[in-house]
Design a protein around this ligand. Structure first.
Ligand code: MBD
Ligand code: FE
Length: 286
């Protein structure tokens, strides 16, 4: 991060670099059968062709699209664009047969290998600055399998924006691992995570994705959310986000990633903090 002010191009560049560091999705489809590549590419193109015919798309509109697509790349915003407007359907298809917890999209701002924060009982506090803004939140829960077994070797990775809506490693002037941590659950599968409630999040508006939002008269908001990845050997990785009741954008998330099962029910405490219980149930690997 070189610039001192958060910018779409800087956070986009970081998200692009982070994704390119992880070549595994690309490696995994290297030997995709020609028939599959042919079919998928053709269907996407046919959907574009149909839109052009049915909407009588003009050369001016075609050239605007070309310029905009180039700008998405220059701003490094392909991860943002895809995760906001496409990933939710991939997630829906990928997880439709699960019996355990509902999940939702990963989004562009996950970083693997966050510091371990838990003690031997699964109690820990995410890294945060002195006087970190936002309501302090104590979150308790357990990780179990669909058959009820407590998963004592599970881990809960958590990451979220700060009270200003910024993610560490994607916005300037934040400690590297701010509000990111890995909790190894206790012997009974339980965890207790101390953090602060994040603010609603506005995707960067000064880049190509913002230009689309502006041109189309959309809004750029996601409701406040806490991201998690819950994993245990022999079980399917659960990627989810948890939301707060009453958020103005729970019903019109720009990323279409809210599900009723993912709403928290925090209890406000007399000292101004909040407590919340939310547990995870994992499906075994197929
Ligand atoms: C986010 O924080 C996010 O979670 C998603 C899905 C897209 C953009 C920013
Ligand atoms: Fe997010």
């Amino acid at each position: 991060m070189t610039s001192e002010v958060a910018s779409a191009a800087a956070s986009g560049a970081n998200a692009t670099a982070r994704f390119q560091n992880d070549k595994s999705p690309y490696e995994a489809v290297k030997d995709v059968p020609k028939e599959r590549a042919d079919k998928l590419a053709r269907r996407v193109l046919e959907a574009v062709h149909a839109t052009i015919r049915e909407e009588n798309v003009t050369y001016a509109e075609y050239n605007a699209l070309k310029a905009w697509l180039i700008q998405v790349g220059l701003d490094g915003e392909w991860p943002l664009f895809l995760d906001v407007w496409v990933e939710h359907v991939v997630e829906e298809v990928a997880t439709s047969d699960r019996q355990g917890n509902k999940g939702t999209i990963e989004g562009p701002y996950y970083v693997p290998n966050s510091p371990v924060i838990s003690d031997e009982k699964g109690v820990g506090t995410v890294p945060m600055r002195e006087g970190e803004g936002g309501t302090p939140l104590t979150w308790t829960g357990t990780v179990t399998a669909v058959d009820g077994t407590a998963l004592s070797d599970a881990k809960v990775e958590i990451w979220h924006a700060d009270d200003d809506g910024f993610y560490s490693q994607f916005a300037p002037n934040l400690p590297e691992w701010n509000l990111r941590g890995t909790n190894h659950v206790g012997p009974d599968g339980s965890f207790e995570i101390h953090t602060v409630q994040p603010a609603p999040y506005q995707i960067p508006t000064d880049g190509a994705c913002g230009a689309l939002i502006e041109a189309a008269g959309w809004h750029a908001w996601r409701p406040a959310h806490i991201h998690v990845k819950v994993s245990a050997p022999g079980y399917q990785l659960l990627t989810a986000q948890l939301y707060f009741p009453g958020d103005a954008h729970n019903d019109d998330d720009i990323a279409s990633a809210v599900k009723p099962e993912l709403l928290l029910a925090p209890q406000q405490q007399a000292d101004g903090s909040a407590t919340v219980a939310y547990s995870f149930v994992l499906d075994p690997e197929a």
